[in-house]
Design a protein around this ligand. Structure first.
Ligand code: GTP
Ligand code: SPV
Ligand code: MN
Length: 585
């Protein structure tokens, strides 16, 4: 065993126990140093687990191809293992903790034979922040160790925060045989423990991210009176230099990274990035809601990312970036659909060498292919992104991917109505998780796959918290994804999303032209600043339309969604539905 880097008795005992169970050939404690990263990379390149990109254009960038059966989160194999089934609620898979441990520890037995066991201490949240928390992931995947170094504050820095007797969230992970039939992602919210086996992919395997910072943290947040959310955090600076901060909860692959890195299309206005996926929010001493990004990197969707849609992401990923399941051109560059013209010959994400014009052989990049890049490389990163107290939030956006029904932007009438908008959000499913794509489903607050306890209690927690915020943010709902009758997006999206954002800012400042509708407040058709954008006649009206027939149907769909929560549905939300029905008529 290498020199362990800590005298934390609880941590040493757990590592010892895990080594005894998994029987690795050796144990390596990760420090997070540059030398260590280069050694991990060299080991993986030798094993063909990483393929270098052309170092002149893409310095220190590598391609990792995952097993084709292991390319996304697996919601049907993800479990909340609370003592009582009821605490997991109707939206989570549940397994009894004893049963889950018996099953998983059985699978972990000897699973690291001949392998290295990496002990990966990591910190979620900025160094020196009172809100930061420590986790330790034990894994047999060098890819995971390397990714955790980008996505979190990993290594010695986390052990320093932990000290000799601090609390940490243990997470045991093994790729084992990558057997999809034996793949389990289990969370024990009472014990604050994570067990994950037989996947090496993103949210299943980088345990600091969805497993800790959302599922376990949401349970901690309920107990401690704060929120752990699937949200981007952005800074909007006006031409006078005044800043406002927004968070936005959109389901997986529905535009958080893109909005967080928005390139302003209007002179004088600047958007900067604080976080692109997760926010931890607390009520500050000043009575406002403050948000911290617990992560240190971006695990972003590659397809659709280009100089045109997201130049800031393109610059961020230009060096020191891991790419997972993208294509590789013969010139040694990464490529994916939506990046630009295909090159003459490419190796697709499965490793097949094909002409770039070959449209028969399927996509060159896996639709959920991703980049893993350090946040500090982002040209639009906010100077406040690591502020220990976080940033003060003035607006919360909920949003989904819907062809119709939901207007481009909608302002809630109150905190309760805003919670209702979040609780009833619906969105078409994407490639970020296994299963059918493009199916409309309710995804409350974009937390359906990530809430670590009963979703009804989670709604109640949001409502309670709202009562305790003297200056609550205004809540909005946005939809960048409405389509016309030919299936073409009605709204250009990306940088153009600045326009609705500016209207939301005006509303926060008590300005902005608006009309009350039965579903909330929408801009008048001339309220958005459309300088330099030409939309066809009637498009803006259509983007802002509130169709009463559709909304009568929507009320029925919401009622059905609410039924799941039984007694746990807060009356404030059933009251909101009743009031909506009345207004819709
Ligand atoms: P996760 O990392 O899975 O949580 O996803 P995310 O919410 O950060 O989504 P992301 O910004 O990566 O966008 C997902 C996909 O939606 C990409 O292919 C984007 O190109 C596309 N997209 C993002 N914003 C817009 C938009 O405003 N309009 C349209 N039409 N597509 C968008
Ligand atoms: C998501 O699916 O919401 C992601 C990617 O951000 S993963 O880390 O795989 O969860
Ligand atoms: Mn996400």
């Amino acid at each position: 065993m290498d020199q362990s880097l800590t005298s934390h008795a609880g941590l040493l005992a757990w590592v010892e126990q895990s080594a005894h169970l998994c029987k690795p050939e050796r144990v390596h404690w990760c420090t997070g140093s540059d030398d260590e990263a280069q050694w991990l990379i060299a080991t993986m390149v030798a094993a063909k687990d990483l393929i270098p990109f052309n170092n002149d254009d893409w310095p220190n960038c590598y391609l990792h191809r995952s097993n084709p059966n292991d390319v996304a989160r697996v919601e049907d194999r993800t479990f909340i293992c609370s003592q009582s089934k009821e605490d997991a609620g109707p939206t989570n898979n549940w397994m009894a903790p004893d049963e889950a441990k018996k099953l998983l520890y059985g699978l972990f037995e000897g699973c690291m034979e001949g392998r290295t066991m990496y002990v990966v201490p990591y910190q979620m949240g900025p160094v020196g922040s009172p809100f930061s928390k420590v986790g330790v992931e034990i894994t047999d995947s060098a890819y995971v160790a390397l990714s955790m170094r980008i996505m979190t504050r990993m290594g010695t820095v986390a052990l320093e925060t932990l000290g000799t007797d601090g609390a940490f969230v243990p997470g045991l992970h093994s790729t084992a045989e990558l057997d999809p039939e034996k793949r389990y992602i289990c969370h024990f919210p009472e014990e604050r423990l994570i067990l994950s086996i037989n996947s090496g992919y993103g949210g299943n395997a980088l345990l600091g991210k969805k497993c800790f910072a959302l599922r376990i943290a949401s349970a901690i947040a309920r107990d401690e009176g704060w929120l752990a959310e699937h949200m981007l955090i952005l800074e909007l600076e006006d031409p006078q230099g005044e800043k406002l901060y927004f968070t936005g909860a959109f389901p997986s692959a529905c535009g958080k990274t893109n909005l967080a890195m928005l390139e302003s299309i209007l002179p004088g206005w600047t958007v900067r990035t604080v976080g692109d996926d997760i926010a931890w929010l607390r009520i500050g001493d000043d009575g406002r809601l403050w948000a911290v990004n617990p992560e240190a990197g971006f695990f972003g969707v590659a397809p659709g990312t280009s100089e045109k849609t997201n130049p800031s992401a393109m610059e961020t990923i230009r060096s020191n970036t891991l790419f997972t399941n993208v294509a590789r051109t013969d010139g040694g560059r990464p490529w994916w659909e939506g990046m630009g013209p295909a090159s003459k010959w490419m190796t697709d994400w499965r490793g097949n060498h094909r002409p770039g014009q070959d449209l028969e052989g399927g996509k060159f990049a896996q639709p959920n292919s991703r980049f893993t890049a350090p946040a500090k490389q982002c040209p639009t990163i906010s100077p406040h992104w690591e502020d220990p107290q976080g940033v003060p939030i003035s607006g919360i956006l909920f949003g989904g991917r819907r062809n119709d029904t939901m207007p481009l932007v909608l302002e809630a009438n109150s905190w309760e109505h805003g919670v209702f908008l979040g609780a009833t959000m619906a969105s078409q499913t994407t490639a970020a998780a296994g299963g059918a794509q493009g199916v409309l489903r309710r995804d409350p607050m974009a937390m359906l796959p990530f809430c670590g306890y009963h979703m009804g209690d989670y709604f109640a927690h949001w409502l309670e918290l709202g009562k305790r915020i003297p200056n609550p943010p205004k809540i909005f709902h946005v939809n960048w994804f409405q389509k016309d009758d030919d299936g073409v997006f009605l709204w250009p999206g990306y940088g153009e999303n600045l326009r609705p954002l500016l209207w939301m800012r005006e509303r926060i400042l008590g300005e902005g032209k608006a009309i009350e509708t039965p579903i909330g407040t929408v801009p008048t058709p001339d309220a958005l600043n459309l300088d330099g954008l030409s939309l066809a006649d009637g498009v803006m009206e259509r983007l802002l339309e509130v169709n009463h027939d559709r909304w009568a149907q929507e009320c029925d769909a919401i009622a059905e969604h609410f039924e799941k929560f039984g007694d746990k549905l807060p009356t404030a939300l059933s009251d909101e539905l009743a009031a909506l029905r009345k207004r819709v008529g």
